[in-house]
Ligand binder design. Sequence first.
Ligand code: ADP
Length: 555
Amino acid sequence: MRSAARRHHSSPGAAPLPREDAAHKASRPSGSSGRIDAAYGHLAAALGDDAVLGPGSDLSAYEDPYAFGSSEDFRCSGAVLPRSVEEVQAVLAIANQHGIPIWTVSTGRNLGYGGAAPRVSGAIVLDMQRMNRILEVDEEHAYALVEPGVRFVDLYEHLREHRLKLWMSAPSLGWGSVVGNALERGIGYTPYGDHAAQICGMEVVLANGDVVRTGMGALPGATTWQMYKGGYGPSLDGLFLQSNLGIVTKLGLWLMPQPDGMMSCTVRFQRESDLEAAVDVLASLRRREIIQSNAQLGNVLRDVAHRYPRSRWYDGPGAMPDEVLEGVRRDLGIGWWWILRFGLYGDKELLGARFRIVQREFSRIPGAEITGHEHLASGSDGLHAWEVEGPAGRLAGVPGFFSLNALKFRGDDCGHLDFSPIVASSGREAARVYNHVKARAREHGIDYLAGFTAGVRHLNHVFTILYEKHDAEQTSSAAALLDALIREMGRQGIGEYRAHLAFMDLIGDQFSFNEHALRRLNETLKDALDPNGILSPGKQGIWPAASRKQRAGTR
Ligand code: ADP
């Protein structure tokens, strides 16, 4: 069970924390505890006592383990754990009947963005972890059909146990669910690392209990549900990504036919100012798909944070000063400023050809050190992911836990909050964002662990804001920094791809073209598909009609 430790005090002079605003507090299903008790009674009658954690149960697993707001924010009233589609339908009927919102999670490991906690306090968490069957893995056509509770480690073990010639892709922390991560547009490090892009066919339960299969799955006895994404008519899968329009109960996902070999590559750049040139070369290599997977470029502090506690060099207030970081580099014998990691894939000849191009292009940057380590298949049926050991494993989709180490950087009580803007894949933009965020982080006394993950045409800038949870000033500063960055980047036409509960509205506010036409469209869909507003209200800043009315009333 995850830690429930939370401290919430505001410090004099610190910026106010983003909280649930009055309107959203008003939209809580607070009114009658009788209504809530009745709903839990009906849930227990329909699903059995063992499927329901009602008010008064230990609900620590459904708290945000890195919470930084008021202890009243984002608190569920309980949770329900269905075992089947029919039980999901029963939950929805009860939620509609009592007007109590539910908040869907697959395994609730969405850490840094709120974990399993709901946007609206009092909501019932619909925890899908018991629906955890791997329904199908088709080796020939390279896909899987899974339920929401299937974790990356489960799918990996399945592939391994059956010695299937397939690779999956896992995010840097491999403990969550395949479905939850793909629906949140998570990223991994194989050529299939854009997880949402691998989705092919869903089964979704709508708020009214109707069960829909998207794409070719709408054909009874469909033979190509996981083979053709389009289907017939509008493509609807996207409606259920980062969404509060339905509950996904099955998800098809393309897997990668295992290659004959892989090369794990590293490029080290000597100077902080190499960022611009490094990103320009990287961007071109990604666009031409010479580099086939999401490549990760991190600054030296980010790398150090994964290996050592900060207190070894600095325990003072504010961000670690540059001269201290210089001392860290000297101490550890690190000569570089930026490190880039990525994989190349194919047989020996393809790896050689790709690596030669990578070498040629990066070696134009003075001092760049390029290394490649080959992993080749021992037999004739390709390289199994489990043959790739150590840190290179994640380039083969092996779920790992290495990135948890960064959470020790600020001691045992370290929390994190992620700032994740999408930046154009060009050196100038990367340098501009880097300088801006670095300056702002320093002003707020926060260390800047800079990471750029290069997609095909964009950079996913992931800034993991670390703080000590018990330190009110640090948590306030972290939240105030994130608030400032979201607004400033928004004014520059840069938006985030993912949001912590406390920032869902603010990020949504930035996407305001044509007086929030996108939000209005989302609201139209919300009202049509979920008239009682029971599905994850407030997810991604999209609220049902009743909450919008209350919100307008409190202005
Ligand atoms: P993880 O896989 O990391 O444990 P979560 O289970 O926390 O991820 O899910 C992340 C987010 O994805 C949730 O907050 C929710 O918005 C969405 N989500 C997860 N599972 C489902 C599902 N089965 N149907 C609809 N949305 C889901």
